[in-house]
Design a protein around this ligand. Structure first.
Ligand code: GDP
Ligand code: MN
Length: 414
C-alpha cells in the first residue's frame, strides 16, 4: 500500500521492531558488504539463506537489477536471467557472490520508479520452508477513526490486485481503540483465513504483537506481505513494512534515527532541514503558501480551475527572508514545475518580507517559469511595490480566484 507524506523504514528495521513486540520473524542479519553477507550466512548455520535487497520500495521479488554505472542489466550468476531483488541461495559462498552483485547496483521494481534505487544493504535470513503466503496489515482507517486489521489468504501478491479482482478475499476487522486488541479479533481473522485451530491461536498471538508494534511506535501502517505458514506449522513475518506520521516522530527519537535520507525525496529532506514543510504531488503548479489551511484552499482552487499542484510548500507563520528564499529554491528545484503560485496571507508573516524573499530568490536561482503572486494582509502595499519595482516578471494577482486562473493558464502555456 502506498501512503504519502509519511516516514518509511527498511524491512530489516521493521523486523527488529516486530521482534521487540513478540511478532515472530526469521533469524537474519543486515550486511553492507559481500564479506559481511558471507559471515552472516555462516552464523545462520551455513545452509540455505535468502539475500534480500533493502530499499524503500516494494515489489523487490519481481524487480531486476541494473548496473549503477552503465545501466545494463545485471545477470543472475548462472547467466540465465536478470538478477532479482530477493534471492534464495545455498550457503555462504553463494550469499557472498549474490551480495557482491546486488550491493552498489540499482534495483528497479514496480514501485521504485524507472530509475530504481541503489541497494546499499542486504538482509541475509535463514531460508524457510514455506507452505502458504498470507497478507496481514494494520492501519489507521480515518473513515472509521480506528485501527483496522486487513488480512487475506492470497498473500505474496500486491494487495491492490487482490482488492480489485477478488474483494471478497479480503478480511477486515476494526479494533475499538478504547478497549484495544482482544484475542477474539485475531482468532476470527485466523479462522477466516482457513487456519486450523492451533495455528489460529498462534496467529492471534502474532496479531496481538502487531497491535502492540502499531500502538507502541505510533505507526500509520504496519504491513506483512507475506506472512507465512511453514511446513512445521510456525507462522512468521517474512516481509515487513512500516510507516509513521512524521508529526508523531517527536515522541520517538529512536524511530527518527531509523530514517534513511538517501531513500527520501531529496527536496523534502532539504525542506525539513530548513524548518519548511514541503510535500511533493504529481501536477505542474508549484505552490508556496503559509499555513496548512491556506495550502488546502490553494490546492482546491487550482484544481477547481483545471490545474494540478506539483507540490506545496508551507513556509509557516514566522518565516524570514532566508526561509522564503530557500522555499522558492526548493519549489523551483522540482523539474515538473511549469508555473509557481505564491499565495500568502500576511498576518504574523509580513507581505514585504515575503516579497523581498521572492525577489532575492528569483535573482539567486534564476526563474525560468511564470510566477503568480497573491499577497494579502500586513504591509501588502509595500510588498506589491517591491515585486513590481524589482524589474522581474511577476504576475500580481488580485484575490485567490484571479491567482488560480492566472497560474493555471501559465502552467498550461496559455
Ligand atoms: P517484496 O517483493 O519487495 O514484497 O519482497 P518480499 O520480502 O515479500 O519477498 C518476495 C518473495 O520472495 C516472497 O513473497 C517469497 O515468495 C520469497 N521469499 C522471501 N523470503 C523467502 C524465504 O526465506 N524462502 C523462500 N522460499 N522464499 C522467500
Ligand atoms: Mn513483500
Amino acid at each position: 500500500m502506498e501512503t504519502e507524506g509519511l516516514v518509511k523504514i527498511h524491512e530489516y528495521q521493521a523486523k527488529a521492531l516486530f521482534a521487540r513486540y513478540q511478532v515472530p520473524v526469521p533469524r537474519g542479519e543486515v550486511a553492507e558488504t559481500s564479506a559481511q553477507a558471507r559471515a552472516a550466512a555462516e552464523r545462520l548455520g551455513g545452509g540455505t539463506v535468502v539475500v534480500k535487497s533493502q530499499i524503500h520500495a516494494g515489489g523487490r521479488g519481481k524487480g531486476t537489477f541494473r548496473d549503477r554505472v552503465s545501466g545494463a542489466p545485471v545477470m543472475h550468476p548462472d547467466g540465465s536471467k536478470p538478477l532479482g531483488g530477493v534471492n534464495v541461495v545455498r550457503g555462504p559462498d553463494e550469499a557472498e557472490r549474490f551480495a557482491a552483485r546486488m550491493l552498489g547496483n540499482v534495483l528497479v521494481t514496480r514501485q521504485s520508479g524507472p530509475d530504481g534505487r541503489e541497494v546499499r544493504r542486504v538482509l541475509v535470513e535463514e531460508g524457510m520452508d514455506i507452505r502458504h503466503e498470507y497478507y496481514l496489515a494494520l492501519l489507521l482507517d480515518r473513515a472509521v477513526r480506528a485501527p483496522v486489521f486487513i488480512a487475506s489468504a492470497e498473500g505474496g501478491t500486491e494487495i491492490e490486485e487482490v482488492a480489485a479482482s477478488r474483494p471478497e478475499a479480503i478480511l477486515k476487522q476494526v479494533v475499538d481503540p478504547r478497549s484495544g486488541y482482544s484475542p477474539w479479533i485475531g482468532r476470527r481473522l485466523g479462522f477466516g483465513l482457513g487456519l486450523p485451530a492451533q495455528e489460529a491461536q498462534a496467529f492471534a498471538k502474532l496479531c496481538a504483537g502487531l497491535y502492540d508494534t502499531f500502538v507502541g511506535t505510533d505507526a500509520s501502517l504496519v504491513e506483512i506481505n507475506p506472512l507465512v505458514r511453514l511446513a512445521d506449522g510456525r507462522i512468521l513475518a517474512l516481509d515487513g513494512k512500516m510507516s509513521f506520521d512524521d508529526n508523531a516522530l517527536f515522541r520517538h527519537p529512536e524511530l527518527r534515527e531509523l530514517r534513511d535520507l538517501a531513500e527520501e525525496d531529496p527536496l523534502e529532506v532539504e525542506a525539513s532541514s530548513h524548518g519548511l514543510n514541503y510535500i511533493k504531488l504529481d501536477g505542474n503548479v508549484g505552490c508556496m503558501v503559509n499555513g496548512a489551511g491556506l495550502a488546502m484552499g490553494t490546492m482546491d482552487i487550482i484544481q477547481h480551475h483545471g490545474g494540478r499542484p506539483a507540490n506545496f510548500l508551507d513556509v509557516g507563520g514566522g518565516a524570514t527572508t532566508e526561509m522564503v528564499t530557500e522555499a522558492f529554491r526548493i519549489i523551483l528545484g522540482d523539474p515538473a514545475v511549469r508555473a509557481v503560485l505564491i499565495n500568502i496571507f500576511g498576518g504574523i508573516m509580513r507581505c514585504d518580507i515575503v516579497a523581498e524573499g521572492v525577489v532575492a530568490a528569483s535573482r539567486a536561482v534564476g526563474v525560468k517559469v511564470p510566477v503568480v503572486v497573491r499577497l494579502e494582509g500586513t504591509n501588502v502595499e509595500r510588498g506589491r511595490e517591491i515585486l513590481v519595482s524589482s524589474g522581474l516578471d511577476f504576475q500580481v494577482a488580485d484575490g485567490m480566484r484571479d491567482a488560480a486562473e492566472k497560474v493555471v493558464a501559465a502552467a498550461s502555456g496559455r
